[in-house]
Design a protein around this ligand. Structure first.
Ligand SMILES: Nc1ncnc2c1ncn2[C@@H]1O[C@H](COP(=O)(O)OP(=O)(O)OP(=O)(O)O)[C@@H](O)[C@H]1O
Length: 267
């Protein structure tokens, strides 16, 4: 049902084998001297276009740092990060802003909604800033699928946490970006709302060839992904393809103190 609503003009298979985002030898160090923190220690990993990837790992393993560096919200200490063919280190501020605006969607808890705007205005704000027209059919599809139509005229303070998260999700989806990054996009949601958000992210990859990368602590959320990559102590240590929640849970259980390989291909 949902697939028909996407009105696809290109299939995911057209983009097969392309890499939507990639990190090579990515190192991120915070602070210096006695207080230095090695958040990422030479991570090499690619994210194939049209795939849904979940990043997991113990608290402090570097998941958010990896995602922030991939999304151009933080800079690498060493190594390279690419979105498509574009090396982020080579961009000036203006070019980086344009890349983020045109090609990336964010469902980040840190990216709060604008409190003075309604839900609808928040959802369409990035399109307005970019000077683009909102695709009304697609807007309707996203809003209905996320169950927030009756909340569109409300301001964020009049919405529950879960509703705000769904508005943030709609905002990320409505511009149809090449790649959507989500930092615990279902973290505040009950299981039903969580399922709705994950379903729409799943459909974005399956039906429209978008690329989705999320950080999650929830094995059930990770089970929606095509691929789950595990970090431990700032390193890439393991990956699973199309795992069940139980498979993911088992790896998480055994991860403490893990180390090992620090590179992975596009899949
Ligand atoms: N701005 C910062 N300044 C100093 N240290 C930081 C900063 N951001 C992250 N860190 C440190 O880097 C390491 C990795 O943090 P990160 O947030 O990427 O981990 P995470 O796997 O996302 O953790 P969690 O699951 O708890 O959210 C942690 O030790 C953290 O304390």
């Amino acid at each position: 049902m949902f697939g028909n609503l996407f009105g696809m003009t290109h299939a995911a298979s057209d983009k097969a084998q392309q890499v939507a985002a990639r990190a090579d030898g990515l190192t991120k160090t915070y602070g210096s001297g006695d207080t230095v923190v090695h958040a990422l220690r030479g991570v090499s990993i690619g994210f194939q276009t049209g795939q849904f990837t979940a990043i997991m790992g113990p608290s402090g393993s570097g998941k958010s740092t990896l995602m922030h560096c991939l999304a151009g919200l933080d800079t690498a200490s060493e190594g390279s990060v690419r979105i498509g063919d574009v090396e982020l280190a080579g961009l000036n501020d203006k070019e980086m802003t344009k890349l983020r605006r045109d090609r990336i969607g964010f469902v980040f808890q840190a990216f709060n909604l604008v409190p003075t705007l309604t839900a609808e205005e928040n959802i369409t704000l990035p399109q307005g800033i970019a000077g683009r027209k909102v695709d009304e059919d697609w807007f309707s599809t996203v809003v209905d699928r996320l169950g927030i139509r009756d909340r569109l005229a409300h301001r964020p303070s009049e919405l529950s946490g879960g509703q705000q998260q769904r508005v943030a999700c709609a905002r990320a989806l409505v511009g149809r970006p090449d790649i959507i990054f989500g930092d615990e996009p279902t973290g505040n949601l009950d299981s039903r709302s969580s399922g709705e958000v994950l379903d729409i992210l799943r459909a974005a990859t399956d039906e429209f060839g978008q690329t989705v990368v999320i950080v999650t602590h929830d094995p059930r959320a990770a089970a929606y992904a095509d691929r789950v990559v595990f970090l431990a102590d700032g390193q890439f240590v393991q990956e699973l393809f199309s795992p069940s929640a139980d498979d993911v849970f088992e790896v998480m259980k055994n991860l403490d103190g893990a180390g090992g390989s620090t590179s992975a291909g596009a899949q």
